[in-house]
Design a protein around this ligand. Structure first.
Ligand code: NAD
Length: 393
């Protein structure tokens, strides 16, 4: 296919950078053929700003597109995927793939943190099964928008593992910051959980990806996650938490800090840290300890430039780095986050693969393993860290 028509669901933070990146893709003609979102005024404004035809829903957009690009909140991902798949369309889905959002009609009184996590895991596995079946049975293009996979630093490590036949013994990864900007974040029924699913999915996706690369490179078979042990905490909801006004605190029923210890099929391990209580800008990395090398993959800060600003107001209209709460003193500067965080290479891979029929680096299998591992982690955390099997789809 020389030309691919994309339809976007969601006009928030992710929707904006998807449009920016799709406009910079080379080698295939990209047409932004439609956009929809929940509120008529916001989709009309977004469509007007970017010159994209506006539709009142996914269903009415489908006849005009080849690939549905899902940038809506997690609780509506499954609906978008199943609707697009039924019409034979390709799919890009933002992370997390899907999750548990409570019983139908869950309202303000719903407390996801109190639901037995074996029920949660069973519900999520049913959802994953529905998604896997419809995408696989129809042979559809599926891009799982996990930008960590595409960060240039992680792709460099992919090259090192493949070319040196490295055995990765352990990895550690993190995504943390001082709280999401999204209004609906903090409510389990919209986000599917807290830090583990909202942020931990990123470094987890990267370490699962790198072990897949290792296995496929050596034996033609991915090395997959077997078990997980996890702890989660709600630090900003502790009775003695002292709010200094610098960290978001209005979480309804989610954790704001978590860890996951993954054991892979081959007995090697990965450790994830994630949370909403980290000041100093978004903190994203993966570090790999192999039998023949060690690599620090930085996503943010990456250290490309640092600037000292004695007076905050001077930098009022200068963007430095995601989630910085001040522009004063020394700051790391991100010069092109769409590239260094992996968004641009991600959309490039998705467009190229949708056109050629090849499998993208971040695919459905990675999305399924990541999601199953995280909900197995919630079950482990309920049991205060007991090692828990990760179900396979
Ligand atoms: N890869 C990353 O680094 C990254 C960063 C931010 C967000 N995300 C993911 O992107 C997705 C969107 O997050 P965001 O931060 O852009 O959220 P946001 O709140 O900024 O925007 C969400 C958009 O979805 C629309 N929406 C809400 N409910 C809808 C519905 N029922 N039908 C259609 N549209 C609906 C809203 O109108 C809004 O336009 C989430 O899955 C999030 O996890 C990924």
């Amino acid at each position: 296919m020389d030309t691919i028509r994309f339809g976007l669901v969601g006009t928030g933070f992710a929707g904006r950078y998807h449009v920016e990146c799709l406009r910079r893709v080379y080698g295939t003609n990209v047409v932004l053929a439609g956009v929809t979102s929940k509120r008529p005024e916001s989709r009309a404004a977004f469509g007007g700003e970017h010159g994209i035809p506006v539709f009142d829903g996914v269903e009415s957009m489908l006849d005009h597109i080849d690939v549905l690009d899902i940038c809506s909140p997690p609780y509506v991902h499954e609906h978008g995927i199943l609707t697009a798949a039924a019409a034979g369309k390709g799919i890009i889905c933002e992370k997390p793939l899907t999750g548990y959002f409570g019983p139908p009609g869950a309202d303000e009184s719903f407390r996801g943190d109190l639901v037995p996590k074996s029920d949660v895991l069973a519900d999520v596995l049913a959802r994953l099964g529905r998604i896997a079946d419809v995408v696989r049975d129809n042979g559809l293009f599926f891009g799982y928008a996990e930008n960590f996979v595409y960060a240039p630093s992680v792709q460099k490590e992919r090259e090192i593992i493949r070319k040196t036949d490295a055995q990765v013994l352990r990895m550690t990864g993190e995504e943390s910051h001082n709280g999401s900007a999204s209004d609906v974040y903090g409510f389990w029924r919209f986000a599917g959980g807290g830090s583990l699913i909202g942020k931990g999915c990123h470094p987890l996706g990267a370490i699962l990806y790198l072990k897949r690369v290792e296995g496929i490179s050596r034996n033609g078979t991915p090395i997959r996650p077997a078990t997980v042990s996890s702890r989660i905490h709600s630090l900003t909801r502790l009775p003695d938490y002292r709010d200094a006004g610098m960290i978001r605190t209005d979480y309804h029923d989610i954790e704001d800090f978590g860890t996951m210890h993954i054991v892979f099929d081959d007995g090697t391990v990965g450790n994830i840290i994630t949370g909403e209580v980290t000041l100093g800008g978004i903190y994203d990395y993966v570090e790999v300890f192999a039998n023949n090398h060690r690599t620090r993959c930085r996503l943010s800060p990456i250290g490309i430039a640092e600037t000292y600003n004695p007076r905050g107001d001077q930098f009022e209209d200068i963007y430095l780095i995601e989630k910085a709460s001040t522009q004063e003193g020394w700051s790391s500067c991100a010069t092109d986050e769409n590239f260094t965080m992996g968004y641009q290479p991600e959309l490039q891979d998705f467009v190229s693969c949708a056109a050629s029929g090849e499998q993208p680096q971040s695919d459905l299998d990675l999305a399924l393993d990541t999601t199953a591992a995280i909900y197995a982690a919630y079950l482990s955390a309920e049991n205060r860290g007991v090692e828990t099997d990760i179900p396979r789809l």
